[in-house]
Design a protein around this ligand. Structure first.
Ligand SMILES: NC(=O)c1ccc[n+]([C@@H]2O[C@H](COP(=O)([O-])OP(=O)(O)OC[C@H]3O[C@@H](n4cnc5c(N)ncnc54)[C@H](OP(=O)(O)O)[C@@H]3O)[C@@H](O)[C@H]2O)c1
Length: 303
């Protein structure tokens, strides 16, 4: 009998995400084993339990998925799992906590594509404002835009101190240069919008983070990307399916949550297929997700 494809899903949370379970099954994993309440100290032991039982052929059919909500801790867990491998007993690993790695990758890749298509320019050197910059998606979107050479301001609706605390943690973990700014009142938000050439709203679902009046101050804006699919839109006037549509009252184009979600879905699916089918074990995080999102967009340019 051919060995089944097994995916061990670990999370520090109370349960693994049903979204990830569905995605893994649809990518061809036949046995899905969830582990919840996992802390850093448990990762090495779990990993070694998973690698030694199936022989070199079996490890190729075994994978480890890291979930949870904390995008910094997930990166640490991914590293801890990799360090615990004992060659040739090495399995593929993929971290996508709260879907944030693949969602942020899809959002930033979509922004990059619209800057090229709509404005013949790049993220490099641009002023990017990430709203909801303390959240899982916002932190990673900021890091990815920073890695593309943008100057990234990351806001918190709780004010400057909360924003600075989050960027300090994120910068320390990923070596990024995010700048914390207050989004705690309309004037603070509008001052940041006045500078921004790109705004990415990664604020919590169902909240209008940027109003029509706020947008009136965004006179330099080229691209507005909204991650929130739950009405009302996170950025007023951005439709969920928009993908390069002019944003009323601005010179910018809009990217909506379902356009980003569609790309995110394709990226997560293909990364899961890659880890299952790759001849050599792979380690997948938001950098790989971002590269793949760019490849998917290049295959079928959005309109
Ligand atoms: N399109 C997709 O495929 C996809 C996939 C996954 C997630 N999402 C969406 O992406 C967004 C970000 O996800 P997430 O998990 O990172 O979200 P989250 O943790 O629920 O929220 C992100 C941040 O929103 C901020 N926030 C809360 N209330 C706010 C308000 N009234 N105004 C402005 N900001 C506020 C919070 O930071 P402060 O309190 O510091 O401001 C929080 O850290 C959500 O809308 C989520 O639904 C989309």
């Amino acid at each position: 009998m051919e060995r089944p494809y097994i995916l061990h899903l670990i999370t520090p949370a109370a349960h693994v995400s049903p979204f990830d379970v569905n995605m893994a099954a649809d990518a061809g994993y036949q046995v899905l084993m969830p582990y919840h309440g996992i802390d850093m100290a448990a990762v090495a032991g779990l990993t070694q339990d998973a690698i030694f039982s199936r022989g070199p052929k079996g490890v190729a059919r075994t994978g480890l998925f890291v979930g949870g909500r904390d995008v910094l801790q997930a990166a640490d867990m991914l590293d801890a799992a990799r360090k615990a491998m004992v060659p040739p007993f090495v399995v593929s690993v993929f971290a996508d906590p709260s879907g944030a790695y693949t969602t942020a990758a899809a959002g930033v890749a979509a922004v990059q594509a619209q800057l090229r298509r709509g404005h013949s320019t790049e993220l490099r050197g641009k002023h990017v404002l990430v709203i909801g910059g303390t959240g899982p998606v916002g932190r990673i979107a900021g890091v990815l835009a920073d890695r593309q050479g943008a100057t990234v301001r990351s806001s918190s609706s709780k004010g400057l101190e909360a924003a600075e605390r989050a960027v300090e943690e994120t910068n320390r973990r990923f070596g990024s240069r995010l700048i914390g700014v207050s989004g705690g009142d309309a004037e603070a938000l509008r001052a940041s919008l006045a500078e921004a050439e790109v705004v990415i709203s990664a604020a919590t679902a169902g909240v209008e983070a940027v109003s029509v009046d706020d947008l009136a101050r965004a006179t330099r804006l080229l691209v507005a990307a909204d991650m929130n699919a739950v009405p009302p839109a996170g950025i007023a006037g951005v439709g969920p399916m928009d993908n390069g549509k002019p944003l009323p009252g601005t010179q910018a184009v809009a990217i909506g949550a379902l356009a980003i979600g569609n790309l995110k879905y394709q990226v997560q699916h293909r990364l899961l297929v890659r880890m299952r089918t790759s001849e050599k074990p792979v380690s997948l995080s938001f950098a790989e997700a971002f590269d793949l999102a760019g490849e998917v967009l290049a295959e079928a340019p959005a309109t």
